[in-house]
Design a protein around this ligand. Structure first.
Ligand code: NAD
Ligand code: IPM
Ligand code: MN
Length: 353
């Protein structure tokens, strides 16, 4: 029996509803596998914790997390309680950076049993590889002057190392799929970082002559996500472009509540972190109606990364089977509660064993 120590941070809002649901599904998957078990250790680090302690996690929080195999996180942020830039930089972004989770993998595909809001969508199956450590999300900048002259300056940071790492990851991933990489650029309008991004892309792609590639400006790419998402395989994007594209990826599947994500430390020197694309959804939190699919599919990505793609596959099958039965939460136009959606997935998962 192989045991894995997982740090669990449900976080805020619906994170506290969807994380327990996903843990139930992961427990059932481990039982079906028979040779795998989880030790879950919960950490109550969220905005309430901040109000009590003046920080989002204890001073030794990162050191504590380093002792785990992986981190399973719900969502962080309660804008009414704590400003987002404080809560997110104090927990989510801090973990991404300190654990060097420099690659964020975010798939979007047409699921069986789900109606996409797109009119007659062709079968799409794409993965956005989001650079997860720098880019537009930099700490460099500040406010100067005051009154009418006041201004804020924010410098984007693109290192060759991180840019190349994301692009190489995308090309390697494409080779296991349909062998096509699209680079999300904006070198027509952003005059330093994006031409640099293009140069690095040209250099990396030369190492993968058998892989087809293209470069598309982010504005046009966003439109293509709606008009013809089936044309894409792997898309590599900067931190901000990848962020925006992947909520759109969720939307074209049917809801951002089902979109999964993995923050990977590909070197496996530190734990990776598995948290869905969506946030804490304060508008629906506490009512038991949030969609657990994004968190459950994120759990599947954790199993894939840990070397158990077969049981990961069973989980995705169970999700599709439950949706095909018509069990859907409100964001998908249905009436199922979080509990009912989870139970339907558990039922189909156990049927496969
Ligand atoms: P959000 O993703 O929380 O919500 C956007 C909309 O989608 C809302 O209408 C919400 O009800 C709906 N939604 C999201 N997930 C859902 C689910 N699982 N089931 C049903 N409906 C769902 O985005 P937001 O409103 O911009 O952000 C709310 C808070 O979450 C903010 O503090 C934000 O910074 C934070 N946030 C955190 C993360 C994270 O921790 N990974 C990600 C995004 C946003
Ligand atoms: C995400 C979120 C975060 C991001 C926010 C909450 C900082 O939107 O994980 O997609 O922009 O990375
Ligand atoms: Mn986002």
């Amino acid at each position: 029996m192989k045991r894995y120590d997982i740090a669990v941070i449900p976080g805020d809002g619906i994170g506290q509803e969807v994380v327990p649901a996903a843990i139930e599904v992961l427990e059932a998957a481990a039982e079906i596998h028979g040779g795998l078990a989880f030790n879950w250790t919960h950490f109550p680090w969220n905005c309430e914790y901040y109000l009590e302690h003046g920080r989002m996690m204890p001073e030794d929080g990162i050191a504590t997390l380093r002792g785990f195999d992986q981190i399973f996180l719900g969502a962080v942020g309660m804008p009414g309680l704590v400003a987002d830039h404080i809560s997110l930089w104090g927990l989510l972004i801090k973990i991404r950076r300190e654990m060097q989770q420099s690659i964020n993998v975010r798939p979007a595909k047409l699921l069986r049993g789900l109606q996409s809001p797109l009119r007659e969508p062709k079968d799409f199956d794409l993965i956005v590889v989001r650079e997860n450590s720098e880019g537009e999300y930099s700490e460099i900048g500040g406010r100067i002057h005051s009154g009418e002259d006041q201004m804020a300056i924010q410098n984007a940071v693109f290192t060759r190392k991180a840019t190349e790492r994301a692009m190489r990851y995308a090309f390697e991933l494409a080779q296991t799929r349909r062998n096509h990489v699209t680079s999300a650029t904006k070198s027509n309008g952003i005059s330093h970082s994006m031409p640099f991004w293009d140069d690095v892309f040209q250099a990396v792609k030369a190492d993968y002559p058998a892989t087809a590639s293209s470069s598309i400006h982010i504005d046009a790419l966003a439109a293509f996500f709606v008009m013809k998402p089936h044309q894409f395989d792997v898309i590599v994007a900067s931190n901000l472009f990848g962020d925006i594209l992947t909520d759109l990826g969720g939307a074209i599947m049917g809801s951002i509540g089902i979109a999964p994500a993995a923050n990977l430390n590909v070197e496996r020197q530190y734990p990776s972190m598995f948290e869905p694309v969506h946030g804490s959804a304060p508008d629906i939190a506490g009512r038991g109606i949030s969609n657990p699919v994004g968190q459950i599919w994120t759990g599947k990505m954790m199993l894939d990364f840990m070397g158990y793609p077969e049981i990961g596959g069973l989980i995705l099958n169970a999700i599709e089977a439950a949706l095909s039965d018509g069990v859907k939460t409100a964001d998908l136009g249905g009436q199922a509660t979080t509990r009912e959606m989870t139970d339907a997935i558990l039922r189909h998962l156990r049927k496969q064993s």
